[in-house]
Design a binder for this molecule. Structure first.
Ligand code: C5P
Length: 399
């Protein structure tokens, strides 16, 4: 979704510089134009050729190189860049930026840009915790720089502490978030539920379902990248929630209901992608149920319909996982729950619905328009759903 955007990736002299190659690779794979600017000490750790081979673009290392004509080019690059990311950013580079020095290509470029700047510090724990580094970072933050990390862990010095470069995934998430500022969902607050609730039977057993959480997580990530402020309310899943969104972990339908009620207040939209149990055991046994009687019955009672209950001035989107008469059943749910639109899928296909990475959905709106989408990745389905949400948020009646 960020195809054609332009990023300057600044790499400075830290042992973690090799991780910047992966950052460059992931950004390039996403269709983003990546111009790498390396400090002299960074080239001691990784070669410019590694970056050049990945980005298919010249790598800039020397301000005075006669061949690159960079004294003009760095201004052009700085002007064109949508974001500048410095990963890893050493204590030395951070200090130079805080002072506004321009004694190498990277600091020159940063000084002449009006693009947002992201710093991913990496250094030894002592350097990081030193008051001067903390003050420099604070000064840069107060000027609008975004700082991601550092993480806690084992450092190259053998010490353990704060100073590791943040995870590549986390740095990429922050880049996407910054690129998404001004997107079509900026200023909107979205609540998205995901995963399958678990209804406890006794201390070791529960009633669950096959929901993987992938669709809801893909929606949260895509909405974040379009500028929305996202709260993800998630039942247990085996996948990691996207960074840059508020995450609320719940287990049961009743917990999810409370979290949705709390967070939906004042939100612009609620998307319920969670597979919420429709029934739960009336009582949870205090002790593990013994394997004694020949037959065992568990009394189930209905859970509240969260989506149906939520009222107010917000857009409501539901999902309908159906095994038969998909459009009819989904349309009935849309009406019963008072939804703006519903995303229905036929869960009988092996390539669609629970657990898999792809989905084939039908989106039905309030006035009965039926949009049958082809088989797509869940990340692509998420974009289609958000396209329709953006139409509704802008006041469109049909999506
Ligand atoms: O009725 P059904 O469970 O099929 O409805 C599916 C939709 O309703 C989903 O969007 C689901 O998240 C939501 N739901 C709910 N509360 C329940 C059950 C389902 O909000 N108790």
């Amino acid at each position: 979704m960020f195809e054609g955007k332009s990023i300057i990736l600044g790499v400075t002299g830290s042992i973690s510089a090799y991780k910047a190659v992966e950052i460059a690779s992931k950004l390039t794979q996403g269709g983003i134009e990546v111009d790498v600017v390396m400090t002299a000490s960074a080239t001691e750790f990784v070669t410019p050729l590694s970056f050049q081979s990945i980005t298919h673009r010249p790598v800039h290392t020397d301000m005075f190189s006669p061949v690159t004509d960079f004294d003009i080019e760095h201004v052009a690059l700085a002007e064109r860049a949508d974001v500048i990311v410095i990963a890893p950013a050493t204590a030395n580079t951070i200090a130079r930026l805080a002072l506004g020095l321009a004694d190498d290509l990277l600091s020159c470029t940063v000084l002449s840009t009006s693009a947002p700047v992201i710093l991913a510090p990496a250094m030894d724990v002592g350097m990081y915790q030193n008051q001067v580094t903390q003050e420099n970072l604070e000064r840069l933050r107060s000027r609008g720089y975004t700082v991601v990390g550092p993480a806690y862990g084992r450092l190259a010095s053998g010490l353990e502490g704060l100073g590791r470069l943040a995870e590549v995934g986390e740095i990429l998430a922050v880049i996407h978030q910054v690129l998404g500022r001004g997107g079509d969902l900026s200023g909107k607050r979205l609540v998205i539920s995901a995963g399958g609730t678990q209804e406890p039977i006794d201390p070791v057993r529960y009633i669950g379902n096959y929901s993987s959480g992938k669709m809801g997580y893909a929606l949260a990530e895509a909405a974040r990248n379009r500028g929305a402020k996202v709260t993800l309310i998630t039942a247990p899943t085996a996948i990691s929630p996207p960074p840059g969104v508020e995450v609320i972990q719940v287990q049961t339908a009743l917990q999810m209901r409370q979290a949705v009620i709390d967070k939906a207040a004042g939100a612009d939209a609620l998307i319920m992608a969670a597979a919420v149990a429709d029934y739960r055991p009336q009582a949870t046994a205090g002790q593990k149920i013994k394997r004694k009687p020949e037959k065992l019955s568990i009394e189930l009672i209905k859970t509240p319909d969260i989506l149906g209950e939520i009222a107010g001035d917000l857009i409501k989107v539901g999902f309908a996982a159906e095994s038969e008469e998909v459009v009819e059943n989904a349309t009935r749910k849309l009406k019963e729950k008072g939804l703006d639109f519903i995303v229905a899928n036929d869960i009988t296909g092996a390539d669609s619905g629970f657990s898999v990475d792809t989905n084939r959905v039908i989106i039905i709106d309030r006035i009965g328009k039926v949009d049958r989408l082809p088989l797509m990745l869940k990340s692509e389905v998420a974009q289609k759903i958000l396209d329709k949400l953006a139409v509704r948020l802008a006041g469109g009646s049909s999506v």
